[in-house]
Design a protein around this ligand. Sequence first.
Ligand SMILES: Nc1nc2c(c(=O)[nH]1)N[C@@H](CN(C=O)c1ccc(C(=O)N[C@@H](CCC(=O)O)C(=O)O)cc1)CN2
Length: 289
Amino acid sequence: MSAQAAEYNKYILTLKCPDRLGLMAQFSTALFENGAYVTKVTHFGDPETCIYNSRIEFDDREMTEGIETFKIKFDALAQELNMEYKLRSADYRPKVLLAVSKYDHCLNVLLTKWKGGVLPIDIVGVFSNHPDCKDFVEFYGLPFYHFPITKETKPQQETQILELMEKESVDLLVLARYMQILSDDLCTKLDGKAINIHHSFLPGFKGAKPYQQAYDRGVKLIGATAHYVTADLDEGPIIVQEVKHVDHATSVQDMIEIGHDSEATALARAVRLHVEDRIILNGERTIIL
Ligand SMILES: Nc1nc2c(c(=O)[nH]1)N[C@@H](CN(C=O)c1ccc(C(=O)N[C@@H](CCC(=O)O)C(=O)O)cc1)CN2
């Protein structure tokens, strides 16, 4: 007898463990025996690392015991299979802090998608090293934090960022064309919790002014890359990439304007993938389930 979908509690289970024959049968049986009504499964067994990765959506329509009992039983299986897993309610909306400098095209798309209910996140605020985006952010009813920075005040400014993230229990920091390099210490603290949009088709043209670099090289494709932030500038695991065709007549300014769409699209998609727990970090690479 199926009740209305709205009555069910829905969950997202992500897991990784050493791969071996019969693994799927074993944890599928565990899900079945504990009444997990599976509605979606995506998985990948990495042939190089021999690690099995899976993302499972299920609900409790057939569960006779609560999710806490499910966790206790699944914990036992996880130990047996040397499995790392994360289980959360599908209703949880990750808390996201945005960072900008002066360009607001990526910020605009993120705020529009958030306001329109397309991005399942709670934006706790926006900070910037410049005041330019204050009015725009406050138009959306969000707090704007002006954190100016100089080489000398960088440690204090990054402390402001960390304190804000702590105070608001931030799950994800999104650098939406935030043009400051985060210190190694901050990158370590934000490992896997900070996404940047770089305005080139990485690994080409890392660092500052990538469109000028692209123009000077005479490329026929420009791109944008959303990646996790690491201490190695623009070297973090790649999440999403977008490209656009250009030619000999495309100026640097043309590239900057053409690139805005690619940057905003790539970043918004990367944020969605992250907050839906679809990204598995796999060394220097990502698996998108
Ligand atoms: N630790 C990291 N910080 C940041 C990353 C990253 O991958 N690791 N990505 C950048 C974004 N970025 C390109 O997308 C970028 C931003 C700024 C610069 C840069 O050189 N800026 C200033 C120097 C600023 C500073 O010293 O903090 C400059 O133009 O000289 C290069 C690339 C965001 N941060």
